[in-house]
Design a protein. Structure first.
Ligand SMILES: C[S@@+](CC[C@H](N)C(=O)[O-])C[C@H]1O[C@@H](n2cnc3c(N)ncnc32)[C@H](O)[C@@H]1O
Length: 357
């Protein structure tokens, strides 16, 4: 029985109604916390040929609930996509079984097939996203080789979901600070359990990079004298960091970049501890007002051109990821050759960065 029939059995009055009633009912179900039923009904309304523009808008509001907006940015980052596809092409072949953790649209699974993999199992923990990925696999004619499982990787069962350990794991579950999408906990579980010994992990390495720099937006993010009143005490409530697009005009690095933490995702036992303290050497005279942080991914360790994707700020550069600015307590005049220390503490899923000296 389809999900839609189950809903019609539960609320028979809907069976003979059209998309207008389904969309309105879906909205109500969502508001009452019945997200799965709301999604199924909204999708039926949205895809119905008689759905009006107004009701499609209502249905769309239900479908979009809880779906992060970055999916639309990720797929447009052609450098990211190319780096993944090239790395996949270097490690997969017709006999390869690839596990894609966090399918999203299914793009990495599609790229794995195009790169030559025999089969892909892709898991996606967001149920509505997983449903779209399954539609996308079917629309692109590869549903027989790209299977979408609507579950978190930790809940995949070897022998059922994956008939054997995968030859390669591919994922893109890193945010601007690398850690917030639980990439460490996910790899710690998946690598020993779902990957064959000697299998490949893409990306193989992920680093959290830092440098001292000048954030040109900081002045507008801090309070001072406004309408003749000193509001600067409010800055004690300012967020500890904020994100900036990688090509922000006027964003400058003043020191050499250094890796605060570097993780070999395929070797959880080798991961660095929770504290880091690194020295940076000033390269350019100027006044630093922030620690600038970004991520570097080594897709595979071939050393091939394009195998490293780094969100290092530079004029005109674009990326689906942002850099993160961690403001200093006060501006710091820097002279070339001088050294300072940057420190950090991490957990599995977040990081805090400060100037140690
Ligand atoms: C940043 S998106 C990447 C989407 C797609 N792989 C791509 O590269 O375009 C990450 C996706 O992974 C999913 N996800 C994160 N951790 C997961 C896990 N452990 N198991 C299954 N899905 C996960 C999220 O719900 C999200 O849809």
């Amino acid at each position: 029985m389809t999900e839609l029939n189950r809903i019609f059995d539960a609320w028979p009055i809907l069976r003979d109604k059209g998309p207008d009633a389904w969309a309105a009912f879906a909205r109500m179900l969502l508001d009452k916390g019945k997200g799965a039923e709301a999604f199924t009904l909204a999708l039926a309304a949205h895809d119905h040929p008689d759905c009006s523009n107004r009701d499609r808008r209502i249905a769309n509001g239900v479908l979009n609930a809880g779906v992060p907006k970055w999916h639309w940015n990720l797929v447009q980052d052609t450098a990211r996509n190319a780096a993944y596809e090239a790395a996949l092409a270097r490690v997969v072949g017709p006999d390869s079984l690839v596990l894609d953790i966090g399918a999203g649209t299914g793009l990495l699974g599609l790229l794995a097939l195009r790169a030559g993999a025999g089969r892909v199992v892709a898991c996606e923990m967001n149920p509505s996203t997983a449903r779209m990925a399954a539609d996308i696999a079917r629309i692109n004619g590869v549903a027989d080789r790209l299977r979408i499982i609507p579950r978190k990787s930790n809940d995949l069962v070897l022998g059922t979901d994956l008939e054997r350990p995968a030859d390669a794991i591919v994922s893109e579950i890193v945010d601007n600070t690398l850690l917030a999408q639980e990439t460490l906990a996910t790899h710690r579980d998946a690598v020993p359990r779902l990957l064959r010994p000697g299998g490949h992990v893409i990306p193989g390495d992920g680093a959290i990079m830092v440098a001292l720099g000048h954030d040109p937006t900081l002045a507008t993010r801090r309070m001072g004298i406004h309408e003749g009143f000193d509001l600067s005490a409010f800055n004690r409530l300012a967020p500890p960091s904020h994100s900036l697009i990688v090509g922000t005009p006027g964003l400058r690095l003043l020191s050499q970049p250094v890796a605060l933490f570097d993780f070999a995702f395929d070797q959880p036992e080798s991961w660095p501890g929770l504290h880091s303290d690194v020295e940076v050497t000033v390269e350019t005279e100027g006044t630093a007002n922030a620690i600038i942080q970004w991520i570097r991914l080594v897709l595979d360790r071939s050393g091939a051109e394009g195998s490293v994707y780094e969100v290092k700020p530079a004029p005109g550069r674009t990326s689906c990821w942002a850099v993160v600015s961690w403001p200093l307590a006060s501006p710091l005049a820097l002279a070339p050759g001088g050294t300072r220390r940057i420190a950090a503490r991490r957990t599995d899923s977040n990081i805090m960065i400060w100037l140690a000296y």
